[in-house]
Design a protein around this ligand. Sequence first.
Ligand SMILES: Cc1ncc(COP(=O)(O)O)c(C=O)c1O
Length: 494
Amino acid sequence: MKRVPSGIVPILAVDRRLAKPLQNQIYDGYRAAIVERRLRSGQRVPSTRVLATELGVSRIPVLNAYAQLLAEGYLESRVGSGTSVSRSLPDQAAFSKPARANLISSKSRHRPISKSATNLQEFGVVPWALRPGPFGVGQIAFDTFPSPIWSRLVVRHSRSFGRSDLHYGDPLGLRALREAIANYLGTARGVRCDAQQIMIVSGSQQALEISTRVLLDPGSRVWIEEPGYALARHVLAMHGCQMVPVPVDEEGLKVSAGIKLYRYARAAAVTPSHQYPLGVTMSASRRFQLLEWAEASGSWIFEDDYDSEYRYESRPIAALQGLDSHSRVIYIGTFSKVLFPALRLGYLVIPPDLVDNFIAVRRAMDLGPPGFLQSVLVDFIREGHFSRHIRRMRTLYAERRNVLVKCLEQEFGSSVQVRGGEAGMHLVVTFTKKIQDRELAQNAAGQNLWVLALSPCYLVEPKPTGFVLGFGSTPVEEIPIAVRSLRQLLARSI
Ligand SMILES: Cc1ncc(COP(=O)(O)O)c(C=O)c1O
């Protein structure tokens, strides 16, 4: 006989000491759960035997309560598929207020939240982060990811899933993945490390969060790039750090300006391979100045190497970490651009003497990364799919970038200046006129064009205006249409 899986036992408050009969308590509990939509149409409920055992009562009151609920049409029972919440109930929203609303309208007046959460309030969900669309920054070529290969590896690992996969893993992450990353970084990025220095994290964002917790204190001053990456600023702000915006020019972060502004900053957060958002590459002399400053002032450097694999006119530039002979650099890498952002896997390369501190903080945060997708990724790298994918994507993104630049020049002529497209998956456009970039970006989103306003990337007035345009996710044939729509939108502004 086919076994029917039992449903999850809902939270039911059953108390033998009450005068109310047990069967009524069970009936009321279920009815309320259905009306308040904690149990949904079609959802399976546990068998009477399972529920009786869970509640520690005999089966009789459970049988009676179920019989009542079946008779009233809250539950239905089908041969071979057990008992479930009735599918023919009217839209439950129509006869109940969601429980959530009731909670919020409760009488308690004080609902304090932290200062940092209040400050971050306006940076909630952004539509372009959730849906692919033309110009979406941080969007990869979703149309060409080798999903069949990835799925095959996922299936393979699901099949071989066993006892050893059930317990907590190493807080640094899977050894095999760390070894594969150490090999890759040594060869492709000139990073000097071994697997014991690598910590697997859920993307650059968590890497920065952990580094901040280990190395900075509330009130620590930190050099940040001006303009820079808002999400990095948010982590620092959340931790109570004081930001020191240091201007970026054609050679990257102006170290001398940073020294003038605040020499003894505790850290500098930089994107040397492909500055975000301007796209410049930090020159060799600036790299040495930065490393010298860090050693002389006892400061840390957070190197965010988020999209360095893709360079179009030259070979990828080696990472700053490889030049650092004083172990001042915390190197941060991510699979969000080279593979896909939903993977939420990235890594830190930690100076050897700090590894134990990072582990201690990591354990306090989340005990370590989930194991399953790490194993899948190990095979993806070992079997050569990773390097093949990067090679293919480099060609594809170069093509998308070329078409975008050509279309921008055709549509906007001399009123546009395009910068920063030598690497990565985005470029920056500025216009001869100042534009209301925030409002225009919002209007553009209404037409599914996910342009990002440039001015919010700056902290210091006057803020230059323009847009950051991603080209990763838009096939070449769709780029001219998107650029034309953008020009129409800007027609009266430039
Ligand atoms: C500057 C910068 N760093 C890092 C990332 C990637 O972050 P994560 O690895 O958390 O997905 C991005 C994504 O767009 C970025 O622009």
